[in-house]
Design a protein around this ligand. Structure first.
Ligand code: SF4
Length: 130
């Protein structure tokens, strides 16, 4: 649900995390949430922050050298700012890893300085000699 802009510093919207449907009032400073009112639990604060500064888990693939598959699926360990997705996809398109790749393996540490990692979400075995 899109927030209702009350003024430059206050947004109001409904938390949809649970059926309580709390009416949240988020106060912003420099584009960031500095306080939330109306939430009955802490999840409402996180919801408000994600509404103001949308974050998503990035899911993509990176190239693999010497593997039984040409690419390995990857994802970020935590949600990242949605606005950084195009830059992130561009970086990942230039990343290559060497087989074997193990599920959960860190492909990129501290991705874009966000203190989150890009991790493999499947195994890629080395090509077996014929
Ligand atoms: S703030 Fe908490 S109680 Fe209220 S709707 Fe969100 S999750 Fe439910």
């Amino acid at each position: 649900m899109s927030p209702i802009v009350k003024d430059d510093r206050v947004l109001e919207f409904t938390c949809i995390i649970c059926p309580m449907g709390c009416r949240l009032r988020a106060t912003l400073k420099d584009g960031k949430v500095c306080s939330v009112e109306g939430n009955r639990c802490p999840r409402g604060i996180v919801y408000a922050q994600n509404e103001v500064e949308p974050k998503r888990i990035l899911i993509s693939v990176v190239k693999v050298i010497g593997g039984n598959l040409p690419v390995v699926s990857v994802k970020t360990s935590e949600p990242m700012p949605k606005e950084m997705m195009p830059e992130a996809m561009k970086i990942l398109s230039n990343v290559t890893v060497q087989a074997p790749v193990k599920i959960g393996q860190i492909i990129i540490k501290d991705f874009l300085g966000l203190k989150i990692n890009v991790i493999a979400t499947r195994n890629v075995d080395p090509v077996q000699p014929s």
